[in-house]
Design a binder for this molecule. Sequence first.
Ligand SMILES: C[S@@+](CC[C@H](N)C(=O)[O-])C[C@H]1O[C@@H](n2cnc3c(N)ncnc32)[C@H](O)[C@@H]1O
Length: 261
Amino acid sequence: MKVWFIGAGPGDPELMTRKAWRVLSQADVVLHDALMDTAGMQEAAPNAQWLEVGKRSGRPSVEQAFICRSLVTLAKRGLTVVRLKGGDPSIFGRLAEELQACRTENIDVEIIPGVTAACAAAADLQTSLTLRGESRSVVFVTPRLGKHEANIHNEWLNAAMAAQTVVLYMASSQAKEICNSLIEAGKPKQTPICIVENASRLGVRFKDTLFEVAQNGLPKLDGPVTLLVGQALALAQISPMPLTETSPACTAGLAQKHAFA
Ligand SMILES: C[S@@+](CC[C@H](N)C(=O)[O-])C[C@H]1O[C@@H](n2cnc3c(N)ncnc32)[C@H](O)[C@@H]1O
């Protein structure tokens, strides 16, 4: 009995590893996150049963306990079970709970890493997250708290202030407050910030300053969004790209101003 945890990467199926593709092709059942191009990935396992167990902020979501139970039940039936997770399974992916559920039932697990959103966003921006002489530390951080977590000591802010490049996951709805907090805590107002929606696929990308976003916030974007902050982002390239159907908001003011800057 075994469950494979596979990193699907940021969305573009071509960013999956060969190993991920090979193992996926042997799956009987695939439990996958919401934020991915499953049509492209289903090519690897057209005959497997594909079940979406994704969570999207503010929308009805599958309970974590149900996901854990399903992994165990399906593996015990002798099926080859793949748990396909967006990006890398070990980054903000509730991986620990799912591993624990399997281990408690003596089910073997194996993890195949994937390209996390931070790296895919940097690639889209044609830039580096570290920069010799400028940025020797990168933090992946989220200000999002779980249901029963208390916001003790502003942990996300301390982590963000300790690093030169800050990549924020699950943060776009609070972008204005985040930028204000970073400025108040001591990041220079003119620090570059890049916004990347739908990394590796069509989406909005723009570059601004902490001060501008602290003043104006962000337009509403439908796809997953990563915020990247730090002097290394000064070198980010924003290439013109078509507006996506999934991001009608990008036709409005702020994004329009920056998407083609
Ligand atoms: C629950 S976390 C999962 C992260 C994932 N495990 C990873 O390694 O990228 C979901 C958040 O990741 C970021 N994200 C995931 N895919 C993305 C993409 N294609 N483009 C931009 N951000 C993305 C967004 O901040 C989103 O809210």
